[in-house]
Design a protein around this ligand. Structure first.
Ligand code: GDP
Length: 701
């Protein structure tokens, strides 16, 4: 017998523990995707109900009511209104929680009026005693015409009851709670007469919300039932008042709260954590700790991944039969996979911290604190976390912008985060600063080199904020802001929620952006290791001949370095680097720097390695010093040093602003669901970098 599959929609206000209930019901049987065309996350999970039945559970975005004010809320209405949707539910599970029952029930009564089989979950029952709350479940069930499961998803209590109710969904009441026509008797009477076969509350939603409702002719509705916008708002407000009156009456009978038991720890904590001075101080300490740990803790696994893949590539190269295919594996695919996996530690740690902050309730306080400042620049209070984590790496940071609900604020955050100085810029900065900035000290204690590094960090941050400000002015995106910042109570984070979240984010990076990173790294590998046959193919003989000609001593290591340098110079990337020389000469760069700039498009830190190859510096233990020496002695045609102050500053500025990272572009594509935004980012950032570098060189030379 084929298993019966029941379709369930999970709906609820934010912070009611909806995600926890979803995780308890489905465990790891979850799939995360996107709603077509928009960036709202779509989660579907499978839950086994009995031997023969399963439920597919769709976890809808948290919403306060069916009067949509955001993209997330629209998703909920569109699903509930559209019987033809493949996920149209057989039964709706509304999640509420013991402490905010009154507000949670507003959404519940609206959904009930759509006359679908509906189950009410009252979550966080473990907090009832602490808060002195008592509930008369049979009375509530009677008045709300529903079946209730009293649940603690934290303690895994009541989950079986939800499954049982879902399994028997056909016997659930479909009666509405409230008579919709009581909102405005005359108006609704007219509606009913015009569309006798339609559900009144659905009609009302179609009129007030801009939703697709396949079976109805909107035009027809609009012509005979248009009211002014203000009138509709007034009626909506009336609806809300009616609903709250109804809910108040019911709760008077079904709920008892002993207010003396409500503890005031929360109020005290709030006072400190959102304090005008201490609030910020504490937040910066927390941020600093997170930032440090992302850096410190990820270093070990990252080094491990790096060296393992290095070894694996070397192993493949020596042990597989020589040939193009082996090269592809050892120089393209293995480093490509390594280049994806290396981000996992940072992504995992960042999301570990973000979910702990969110779960504990602290994130809402942060938003409250930072919102006012950040909003001036078109960012959200939550943008501060991506911006700060961008100092480690833009990849996890951009993914971290996911918890910003407002699409415009999220997009701006994604677009400006790559300006923040990430750790991949450090090796580039380090070598350039060491080259051009003297070691002296300002006022006897401020190291000039350190100062320069700090200025570069500030420059990145300033540029991010500045471009956010500009983008906020020019981006014409209509997305309403949340005016309410909800302050959920403080809780100890649930292990299951945190771990599922970390796992999911990592997975979505590896399989989403990872594919693009892989493809682009193979392309770059190909361009770097292939070239027109005349020079590239005969590199060995040509270099040997040259060296003999110069009657140099033939040290095998040196010969190999020279061959590698020659190959790189004559590869497609080398040709590209040389051919852009006219464009980059005004910035003070020669073709060697050109090649390094082109190949470091894969990742900024490649800049130093490429220069090492071009200057045919071998694998000495102290590679950096030798490259530095090489760079120092590099001369222009007129005999002056190539890496003087002007070229150095120009390069520093170029790397501070240019979008030199394919992995970031891949992640932006993944997060914005279009190539448009990464393309804009690439053109704008690199264009800006070019112009500033140009000005710097021309002024300083
Ligand atoms: P959502 O915003 O509705 O998806 O809510 P989450 O599932 O993210 O949970 C919000 C907060 O409530 C988190 O801190 C959870 O750890 C906490 N939480 C969830 N379920 C329970 C519960 O049954 N009891 C308690 N005490 N806390 C819970």
């Amino acid at each position: 017998m084929a298993a019966e599959i029941i379709k369930v929609a999970l709906i609820g206000n934010p912070n009611t523990g909806k995600t926890s209930v979803f995780n308890q019901l489905t465990g790891l049987h979850q799939q995360v995707g996107n709603y077509p065309g928009i960036t709202v996350e779509k989660k579907i999970g499978v839950c086994k109900l009995s031997e023969h039945s399963k439920a597919t559970i769709i976890d809808l975005p948290g919403t306060y009511s069916l009067n949509a004010s955001s993209m997330d809320e629209n998703v909920v209405i569109e699903l509930l209104m559209n019987k033809k949707d493949e996920n149209y539910p057989d039964v709706v599970v509304v999640v509420s929680e013991v402490e905010n029952l009154k507000r949670n029930l507003l959404l519940f009564t609206q959904i009930k009026d759509l006359e679908l089989p509906t189950i009410l979950v009252i979550n966080m029952s473990d907090r009832m005693k602490l808060k002195g709350i008592e509930l008369d479940i049979p009375s509530l069930e009677r008045d709300l015409k529903t079946s209730i499961a009293l649940v603690s998803s934290r303690k895994n209590i009541g989950i079986e009851k939800i499954k049982e109710l879902i399994l028997n969904y056909e016997s659930l009441s479909k009666k509405p709670c409230l008579n919709a026509s009581s909102i405005d008797v005359e108006y609704f009477d007219k509606l009913r007469k015009a569309f006798p076969n339609q559900l009144l509350y659905k009609l009302w939603l179609v009129i007030t919300q801009d939703v697709n409702f396949m079976n109805l002719e909107r035009k027809e509705l609009e012509s005979s039932f248009t009211k002014s916008h203000a009138d509709l708002r007034r009626l909506q407000q009336k609806e809300t008042i009616k609903r709250y009156q109804f809910i108040n009456d019911i709760l008077k009978k079904g709920q008892k709260i002993d207010s003396s038991k409500a503890s005031d720890i929360r109020a005290k904590l709030d006072r400190v954590l959102t304090h005008k001075i201490f609030g910020y101080l504490i937040f910066f300490v927390v941020l600093f700790a997170i930032f440090q740990s992302i850096f410190e803790w990820s270093k070990i696994p990252m080094d491990f991944i790096d060296s393992s893949f290095g070894n694996l590539a070397a192993y493949a190269k020596t042990n597989l039969p020589k040939g193009e295919f082996t090269n592809l594996i050892s120089e393209g695919i293995i480093p490509g996979i390594g280049g994806i996996l290396i981000f996992i530690p940072q992504i995992a740690f960042l999301f570990l911290f973000i979910s702990v902050l969110e779960e504990s309730g602290y994130m809402s306080r942060v938003v409250f604190l930072m919102d006012k400042i950040m909003r001036r620049f078109g960012l959200s209070g939550k943008s501060i976390v991506p911006l700060i984590s961008g100092t480690a790496c833009a990849i996890p940071a951009i993914m971290g912008a996911r918890n910003i609900e407002n699409w415009k604020e999220r997009l701006i955050t994604i677009l400006v985060t790559p300006f923040i100085t990430c750790s991949a810029r450090l090796p580039v900065y380090a070598i350039l600063i060491a080259l051009i900035i003297p070691e002296g000290r300002l006022f006897g204690f401020l190291s000039l080199q350190g100062l320069t590094l700090m200025i570069l960090y500030l420059l990145g941050f300033g540029m991010a904020i500045f471009s956010a400000f500009i983008l906020n002015k020019i981006l014409n995106i209509n997305s309403k802001s949340y005016f309410v910042v909800e302050m959920p109570s403080y809780k100890i984070p649930m292990f299951k929620n945190v771990s599922i979240n970390v796992l999911e984010k990592t997975k979505s990076f590896v399989f989403g952006a990872g594919k693009i990173i892989m493809a682009l790294s193979i392309v770059l590998w190909f361009l770097g290791s292939h070239g027109p046959d005349k020079d590239f193919g005969n590199a060995d003989t040509i270099v040997l001949e040259q060296m003999q000609h110069q009657s140099e001593k033939l040290d095998p290591a040196e010969v190999e370095n020279k061959i590698n340098a020659y190959k790189l110079e004559h590869s497609y990337i080398g040709i590209l680097g040389k051919s852009i020389e006219p464009v980059i000469r005004p910035l003070g760069y020669d073709w060697k720097i050109g090649i390094a700039v082109v190949s470091s498009f894969a990742a900024r830190e490649v800049f130093v390695g490429t220069l090492a190859t071009i200057y045919s510096v071998g694998n000495h233990s102290d590679e950096e010093t030798t490259i530095k020496d090489e760079m120092k002695h590099e001369k222009r045609a007129d005999g002056t040093p190539l890496f003087n102050m002007a070229t150095g500053v120009s390069l520093l500025l170029f790397y501070a602003f240019a979008m030199q990272c394919i992995s970031t572009l891949a992640v932006v594509k993944k997060e914005t669901l279009s190539w448009k935004w990464p393309a804009i980012q690439l053109v704008f950032m690199s264009g800006f970098a070019y112009i500033t570098a140009l000005i710097a060189y021309q002024v300083l030379k």
